[in-house]
Ligand binder design. Structure first.
Ligand SMILES: *Cc1c(COP(=O)(O)O)cnc(C)c1O
Length: 420
């Protein structure tokens, strides 16, 4: 599509957008002047669906009315509550239902997955991560290496961008594997890098990793609800994500976990266990022997916090209504439009470091600010933009197809223009 820079063009795009009706299903934070703020921070915390309160009230009322009986007799019984989330979650991440489960939080799940899928043996002890990995992922990986009695400096290999480039290349991962593939136990990268917004080719990375004899897992914190992850087809051994970013399920909400079906009954894998991962037919017989549930559910530990799951359910309901393919289609055009407007700006104070090919990114664009001048970010914040600043020099902006519109992108660029 040929875009134009005028305001009317943005309004026309919104008018012809079949998903625009979902915006009113969310609370949009207000700027101090009473207008809708320009919220471009769904990569950090997704907005609250209006129906979340109603969904929560239902469970609060059932708890008040029924007490413990709510486990079986609530309108939505708590006992199997996580199962209500399975189908739509599987659709959103491109998995089979028995490959996904909602449980714990992201970093916890990452550790649980590494307990099973990081098994250093002989000289195969190393983990490859991307150079700009999210700090929590780096800490988790390093602590696992040390837990197995190895040196983390020697055993963490960074897959880095070339000098002068912002994003790592697949052929450089290939070279690392060619040179030292027989020492790699695990590849663990962010499916969408939190800093640059680069969406990696999960299938290709998995093929390369498996060919070298390594396990492969992805942190999909910035991918789930954003890009078409196709986790099953990627062939990855495991994946983890959170639900408070693009999944709009509230601050600190529970995480998701994917275990490929080839491991569904793999009793060779070590794992940490708890009663909620035990065969649900005999769980309450309190027997001695642990008998894992089939698939991802077998990694559950505890009976889950229902109130947090309720918020996930309220959000997934909107994903199901909108259709994930439709959302992704809109997302590609929305971000292309934002990129077009940014490229039309004069001057060189900002540059986009996110890949320009839509297949290599999700909705987020990362703007590197010249001389790491944070005052630009502060100025646009004062004018009603909610985005975020990541050290050393990046403003991240993420138009989310469920609640952002073309006019948000247009307004953002107008504000930016006035400050440049
Ligand atoms: C947001 C994010 C986290 C946060 O982890 P929590 O355990 O949910 O606090 C971790 N890793 C990545 C890549 C993230 O984007």
């Amino acid at each position: 599509m040929n875009f134009k820079t005028d305001h009317n063009f943005a309004l026309e795009l919104d008018k012809s957008d079949s998903l625009s009706r979902f915006r009113v299903s969310f609370h949009i934070p207000k700027h101090t002047d009473g207008t809708d703020s320009i919220y471009l921070c769904g990569n950090s915390l997704g907005l609250q669906p209006r129906q979340t309160k109603e969904f929560l009230n239902q469970e609060l009322e059932d708890w008040a009315k029924l007490g413990v009986e709510g486990h079986f007799h609530a309108e939505n019984p708590w006992m199997p509550y996580h199962e209500f989330l399975t189908e739509t979650t599987a659709q959103v991440v491109g998995a089979k239902p028995h490959e996904v489960v909602i449980m714990n939080t992201l970093t916890t799940n990452l550790h649980l997955m590494m307990v099973s899928f990081y098994q250093p043996q002989g000289k195969r002890t190393k983990i490859i991560i991307e150079a700009d990995a999210f700090p929590s992922d780096r800490y988790a990986v390093a602590s696992q290496v040390k837990f197995h009695g190895h040196d983390d400096k020697e055993n963490i290999i960074e897959w880095s961008p070339r000098t002068g480039e912002h994003t790592p290349r697949l052929e450089d991962l290939e070279s690392i594997l060619k040179e030292q593939g027989d020492t790699i136990a695990l590849i663990m990268v962010g499916a969408v890098n939190y800093y640059t917004g680069q969406f990696f080719d999960l299938k290709k990375i998995t093929e390369l990793g498996h060919a070298a004899g390594a396990m492969v897992g992805f942190d999909c914190a910035h991918g789930a609800g954003n890009v078409d992850l196709q986790l099953h087809n990627s062939g990855a051994d495991f994946a983890v994500w959170c639900t408070y970013k693009y999944m709009n399920s509230g601050p600190g909400s529970l995480g998701g976990c994917f275990v490929h079906e080839r491991h569904a009954n793999n009793s060779d894998l070590p794992r940490f266990t708890g009663w909620w991962g035990h065969n649900k037919d005999t769980r309450f017989k309190m027997r001695d022997d642990f008998e894992p549930m089939h698939g991802a559910e077998g990694w559950q530990l505890s009976n889950p916090p229902i109130l947090s799951m309720v918020a996930i359910r309220a959000s997934l309901d909107l994903f199901a209504k909108a259709g994930f393919d439709n959302l992704r289609q809109k997302s590609i055009q929305l971000t292309n439009y934002l990129e077009y407007l940014l490229n039309e700006l004069d001057g060189d104070r900002i540059s986009i470091i996110t890949p320009s090919d839509p297949k290599d990114r999700g909705c987020q664009l990362s703007l590197a600010v010249k001389n790491a001048d944070k005052s630009l970010f502060e100025a646009i914040t004062a004018k009603g933009v909610i985005a975020d600043w990541r050290e050393p020099d990046v403003i991240r902006i993420a138009p989310v197809p469920l609640y952002n519109n073309y006019e948000d992108c247009w307004r953002f660029v107008e504000v930016l223009k006035s400050e440049l």
